[in-house]
Write a protein of this length. Structure first.
Length: 328
């Protein structure tokens, strides 16, 4: 089948699977994730479904699709822009394509800890970015408090300093801030769908990857790498993002239910991550994985130019000023 025809056929299948009878189409939200059912984010999505369907007294329904069954996250965001009743967990780097400022949330070593990240995403500054995203791209952020953990390096050999990554083909998310970060750290950034990372490592299409503990564990990547270096280069936080036009089609009461449920579920999922990380690290060691912590300052130093390259230097100063002022 010709590539163009395969693409069109795939879109037809997605539309058919997402379709609902006209009477309930605007009341059903299909949530798609690339993660497995063992990931804490999936537990959060289940909590989201329960909260929405209970609090709306059945007037809203949530359907969850895992493992990128209906397409990858970028495809689903495009569907949401067109008004489809879909939502995905999307990080700031992926959303930067539509609203530049949001990309800084995925920039290296932006915040010192999860508390600062939470503080930033609850600020008026962040809300201004979300409002622009809705107005310009037609994407609505239901909540942006789904913390998935710090990203670390998954390799076949020990990494002590950035120079150790020279020539390493490392899978990362195909967004500018991620690509520039991995390149600055010394590796060759190689965008690849999350569902293909395991086979990519197994077949040596890529040499390494970077991920948070829960993502690595859920995808069983410990079976195809031997080292985890805890660089914590990005604090991965995502938002549950869907269609602005779909959201506006709901009644004010339903909008409140969706928004509050997204916040509650995001906090629940984040809590599950916090509880899981220590246990996962112990299990990785038991599996024979070498887990180490390098001198982080070396990685911080080499990634500083990323802000200048992506035109985030001024915004970085604004964010740091906000966080410093709020801490006082």
């Amino acid at each position: 089948m010709m590539p163009r025809l395969r693409y069109i056929y795939g879109l037809v299948i997605v539309v058919q699977l997402l379709a609902a009878p006209p009477a309930i189409a605007a009341k059903t939200l299909n949530v798609i994730t690339s993660l497995s059912s063992s990931d804490p984010m999936y537990a959060g999505l289940v909590r989201f479904k329960q909260e929405v369907e209970t609090q709306s007294q059945g007037s809203l329904a949530i359907r969850i699709f895992i493992g990128s069954q209906l397409g990858n996250d970028s495809d689903m965001l495009e569907q949401a822009i067109l008004g489809a009743n879909v939502a995905v967990l999307a990080d700031g780097g992926r959303l930067a394509v539509y609203q530049h400022e949001l990309g800084i949330l995925g920039a290296p070593y932006l915040v010192q800890n999860q508390a600062q990240l939470k503080q930033l995403t609850r600020s008026a500054l962040f809300q201004s970015w979300a409002d622009k995203l809705a107005a310009r791209a037609g994407l609505h952020i239901f909540s942006f408090n789904w913390w998935q953990g710090a990203r670390h390096l998954l390799t076949q050999h020990a990494v002590v300093e950035p120079a150790d990554l020279a020539g390493i083909r490392m899978r990362t998310i195909g967004a500018p801030v991620w690509i520039e970060t991995i390149a600055a750290m010394g590796a060759t950034p190689t965008p690849l769908a999350w569902a293909e990372v395991y086979s990519g490592l197994q077949q040596q299409v890529i040499d390494a990857a970077e991920a948070q503990f829960t993502g690595m564990w859920g995808a069983r990547l410990y079976e195809v790498v031997s080292h985890v270096t805890k660089t914590g280069h990005i604090q991965l936080i995502s938002g549950l993002v869907g269609s602005e036009s779909w959201f506006q089609s709901l009644s004010p009461a339903q909008q409140q239910v969706i928004s509050q449920a997204a916040v509650t579920a995001g906090e629940y999922a984040s809590q599950q991550v916090r509880q899981a990380e220590a246990a996962i690290e112990q299990q990785l060691t038991a599996q024979g994985i070498m887990v180490s912590t390098p001198d982080i300052s070396r990685f911080e130093q080499v990634t500083k130019p990323v802000y200048q390259r992506l035109d985030y230097a001024a915004l970085y100063d604004e964010v740091r000023t906000y966080l410093t002022g709020s801490d006082q």
